[in-house]
Design a protein around this ligand. Structure first.
Ligand SMILES: NC(=O)c1ccc[n+]([C@@H]2O[C@H](COP(=O)([O-])OP(=O)(O)OC[C@H]3O[C@@H](n4cnc5c(N)ncnc54)[C@H](OP(=O)(O)O)[C@@H]3O)[C@@H](O)[C@H]2O)c1
Length: 324
């Protein structure tokens, strides 16, 4: 009897007991990082659990009033500011910081030098972080495959290979489709409000999945605090999956008036890329025009499976201010 009790207490002692929610470090606090922090900080299942945001020391000590206000906002949401430079710090410098947290959510990637996402992942693995949600908010890179028009996506696949090649660090890749706001960037091409032009990338009846950054934040918090059996896997979320035809129809309905319609197929975009080989936006648009890995059925999304309603395109358009 005594030995059974002793065995039991030994087993119990070995189980890492986590009091409250896990500690979470968010890398970057731009549009996405802020949305993730807001959702984490407000999540009903959060019980304690430290929140922190990694930013460059120059950003933390900024004299710029907009950045100062942003730093104050981060702190008002209960997160501490942690200095670190994703582009310039070494793997071991980053690993030293990462090791202090249970979960790392990366919300920084645009504009960082090639190889940074690999370096961050190596630091995550070196630190032995328990769970990593990488900067893979986007399309289904496994389906896109290597050698796409957007060279950055090959690095995303190498990050997946690193994560899949080990079992110690849990990871969740959240495929979000296109950020809803991207649909309205004139450089991306689909909806150019000022030029009153609507475009299809590839084909008018091709589909694309869309999620707002606020909803990406909500789902990231959901996965962080209510993971269920979600681990070591790619999951899908979306507020809407629509054809370019549907996008055009909804924009016309919302704003009225005359619109020019154009098709940017793969050939058109290859021509544009030959003229401007370094243009990241044309590279993006070309991947959407190829039409692989950019859309999934709503039933496949974890928001639909968990009965969580996210904002669709029609509702997003309703919230948009009118324009002249
Ligand atoms: N699938 C998609 O369509 C997709 C995917 C991702 C993002 N997006 C879009 O891309 C745009 C950018 O969004 P975002 O929030 O990802 O990026 P962001 O607004 O550029 O923010 C990046 C964050 O990382 C920080 N940062 C930059 N360089 C750093 C470094 N070397 N070390 C540490 N921190 C650093 C920035 O801080 P500083 O203030 O110091 O610069 C900022 O807080 C948004 O419009 C979003 O909608 C679209």
């Amino acid at each position: 009897m005594f030995s059974i009790l002793r065995m039991r207490s030994t087993i119990i002692n070995r189980i890492p007991i986590m009091s409250g929610s896990p500690s979470i470090l968010i890398l970057g606090a731009g549009e996405l990082g802020t949305a993730v922090l807001e959702a984490l900080s407000a999540h009903p299942k959060r019980t304690g659990g430290k929140l922190a945001v990694l930013l460059r020391q120059s950003t933390i000590a900024t004299q710029d009033s907009a950045k100062k206000a942003q730093n104050e906002r981060i702190q008002s949401l209960g997160a501490e500011l942690v200095p670190g430079d994703l582009a310039n710090d070494s793997i071991s410098q980053l690993a030293e910081v990462f090791a202090r947290y249970h979960t790392i959510i990366s919300c920084s990637g645009f504009g960082l030098p090639a190889g940074t996402q690999i370096k961050i992942t190596q630091a995550i693995l070196e630190a032995g972080v328990q769970r990593y949600i990488p900067w893979q908010w986007g399309i289904d890179y496994d389906v896109v495959g290597t050698g796409s028009a957007q060279d950055l996506f090959d690095e995303q696949l190498r990050v997946r290979a690193l994560l899949r090649g080990q079992s110690k660090t849990g990871w969740v890749i959240v495929s979000t489709g296109l950020f809803m706001s991207f649909l309205f960037l004139p450089e991306f091409g689909v909806v150019d409000l000022k030029a009153r032009t609507l475009r299809a990338l590839g084909k008018w009846d091709a589909e694309l999945s869309l999620t707002t950054s606020k909803d990406i934040g909500r789902m990231a918090a959901e996965i962080a605090y209510e993971p269920g059996d979600v681990s070591h896997q790619v999951v899908y979320i979306a507020g809407d999956t629509v054809t370019y035809e549907k996008v055009a129809g909804l924009v016309e309905k919302r704003f009225g008036g005359q619109w020019t319609k154009e098709l940017w197929d793969e050939e058109t975009l290859s021509g544009k890329l030959r003229e401007k080989p370094g243009d990241g936006m044309i590279k993006y648009a070309s991947v959407w025009a190829a039409g692989r890995g950019v859309a999934w059925d709503m039933e496949k999304t974890i928001n639909a499976q968990r009965g969580i309603e996210l904002q669709g395109l029609e509702s997003y358009l309703k919230d948009m201010p009118g324009f002249k």
